[in-house]
Each structure stands twice: as structure tokens, then as C-alpha cells.
Design a protein around this ligand. Sequence first.
Ligand SMILES: [Zn+2]
Length: 95
Amino acid sequence: MSKKLLSFPLHELKMIRVRCKNPKCRGAVLEVPIEKVGCFYNSSTCPVCREDLGFGVSEPNWLNMLGKALAGLQVAADRVEVEVMLPEDNLPEAE
Ligand SMILES: [Zn+2]
């Protein structure tokens, strides 16, 4: 039996929520508009506690790359449509 899925087009995504897991940051959460993710995470440090996010010297800055990819795909939405799909049983409870 197939699972029900919730899907939405990527161009409808407006913000992402990023939680820093560094203990010094005490779980600080930033809600960042898609078009500003690359700018907020231009360096691989947390904008709140300034600690390194631990991507390592040989890894890309994943958050910066995510921001660029999301913004770029939104600009290209007239040429390619990407949908985010979530299985219904993984959805958070409504508040
Ligand atoms: Zn932090």
C-alpha cells in the first residue's frame, strides 16, 4: 500500500528554519528568507554564537550552497519545477 504524500512546489518555499546545535547557542533558531540564506551563511559560522558549524575544511559550506540552490531554482521556476515531498506519517502534529 502506498503512503500518502504531501508535496509542494519549491518556488512556494519562502523561509527555512535553522537551529544551531552548539551548546553555547542554546538551540538558537533563525528563520531565514530563502533569498537571504546564502548571505546569512556566507561564512560557515553561526550568525548568533559565531561558532564554526563544523562543515570541515574539505567540505563546502552546505548552508550557503543550499541558499544558492534554492534561490537559483526559484528563479528558474519557469523552466524547471521541483517539488518537495513529505510522507504524511512524518508530518508534525498541528498545533
Ligand atoms: Zn550558534
